[in-house]
Design a binder for this molecule. Structure first.
Ligand code: CTP
Ligand code: CA
Length: 224
């Protein structure tokens, strides 16, 4: 009963979350994507809403249900995700970039389905680099509190610290790629100005609630 009278940690705040993979087309029936399930990002969107925030979830293709009370905007490509995020970012209090955004898109997308030819030559794909959505938000004049995620396959501490500095964000959450993609549990390490702090191995919803608590605490400090 007493808990019902305590103000929620993110009451009155708006939170924008990206989640899931992106899908970069090769031709009208094929594309390039990755193993992100969206579970961590959806768990964070759910936890932010539970904490009282108004939550917008910009999602690549996933098989997940929209968390209760969350506004979800579906996208496929990194460019679409970028456009949706940039149209909203300045009006947000918090931006959590959890999506596994494709680093490259196919430059020579075929207008029609690529067919096997008589000569049986394999198609050659060319790539362009996608815009870094998190770095673009972090570079805004009027910007939300930015939180990044990094899935690394090795050297998590060194890569995490370097990535946080490169993206110029106050908080980066690191994990080891193969321990998170598609899994229900995860192991997170928080990187901030004070160094790095591991969170104990737990299910993604538990970790998401802890992370929202950490973000809310930092939001109060950074605005006071
Ligand atoms: N990110 C993004 N837009 C991109 C690439 C990444 O917003 N085009 C965000 C991710 O959502 C994540 C963070 O940046 O929050 C780190 O993503 P990651 O792929 O680990 O970093 P990169 O800078 O792309 O570096 P690399 O893949 O080379 O390790
Ligand atoms: Ca990347």
């Amino acid at each position: 009963i007493v808990a019902a009278f305590q103000p929620k940690a993110l009451a009155g705040k708006s939170v924008l979350v990206t989640a899931g993979p992106t899908f970069e087309p090769i031709d009208p029936v094929r594309g390039i994507t990755n193993l992100s399930s969206g579970k961590m990002g959806y768990a964070i969107a759910r936890a932010a809403r539970e904490a009282g925030a108004e939550v917008t979830l910009v999602s690549g293709p996933t098989a997940l249900e929209t968390p209760f009370g969350v506004q979800r905007i579906n996208v496929q490509t990194a460019q679409q995700m970028h456009d949706v995020v940039m149209a909203r970012a300045a009006a947000q209090d918090v931006f959590v970039a959890v999506a596994a955004v494709a680093d490259w898109r196919v430059r020579n997308v075929a207008a029609q389905k690529i067919k096997k030819t008589a000569e049986s030559r394999t198609p050659a794909l060319e790539f362009d680099e996608n815009v870094d959505i998190l770095a673009a938000v972090a570079a805004l004049d009027k910007k939300p509190y930015c939180v990044g995620f990094a899935a690394e396959s090795e050297n998590l501490v060194a890569h995490g610290e370097a990535k946080r500095r490169k993206k110029n964000i106050p908080l980066l959450v690191g994990n080891i790629g193969h321990q998170t993609f598609g899994q229900d549990t995860n192991e997170l390490v928080l990187f901030d100005d004070h160094g790095h702090t591991p969170l104990p191995h737990a299910d993604k919803q538990t970790l998401a609630r802890q992370l929202i608590g950490e973000i809310a605490a930092r939001l109060t400090t950074s605005q006071s």
